[in-house]
Design a protein around this ligand. Structure first.
Ligand SMILES: [Zn+2]
Length: 163
């Protein structure tokens, strides 16, 4: 598994991306891909604040955009599949059927495993991790991350910039 290069910016800062596709590095891509994340932390439990969703538009060429869009469905699909299996598991538990228990367990695993392996073997070119006041941009491409950090003045403030 490759380790990402993280750049931390303030959540209020508009990120400037290099004029290259975030996935394949092609120059001057004409499309962009929207990458979103939910900010997680104690405050989301304490306040249930809406607006905790954070999105950026990263430059991407058409092929990469479509590929990344398709991939985006994998995560919720795996989560819902696993959740559904867990629900069935819960319902069937009343029957005390051991075969069913294993079947639903296998179903949950079958939903999560493809997603897990894809993430492990082909990590997304850019992933986000949002915090209360900052956002981590996790790039697979180190050169791209360093150019991104430069373009954004290394986050402009202390504690931000290239991790
Ligand atoms: Zn591309």
């Amino acid at each position: 598994m490759r380790i990402s290069t993280d750049v931390r910016l303030s959540a209020s800062q508009d990120a400037v991306f290099p004029a290259r596709c975030v996935a394949c590095g092609r120059e001057q891509p004409r499309d962009s891909v929207r990458i979103c994340t939910w900010a997680v932390g104690w405050w989301s439990l304490a306040t249930k604040a809406p607006g905790a969703r954070f999105c950026v538009d990263a430059p991407a060429c058409l092929e990469c955009r479509n590929r990344l869009r398709r991939r985006r469905w994998l995560r919720p699909l795996a989560a819902f599949g696993a959740l559904g299996s867990a629900l069935v598991f819960g319902l069937l538990d009343g029957f005390n059927g051991k075969v069913w228990a294993w079947l639903t367990f296998a179903m949950a695993l079958g939903c999560i495993l493809p997603w897990f392996l894809t993430e492990l073997l082909y990590p997304p070119p850019l992933d986000l991790a949002a915090h209360a006041t900052s956002v981590d941009y996790r790039f697979q491409d180190e050169d791209y991350a360093q150019e991104f950090a430069r373009l954004n003045d290394n986050g402009r403030a202390d504690g931000y910039g290239l991790a």
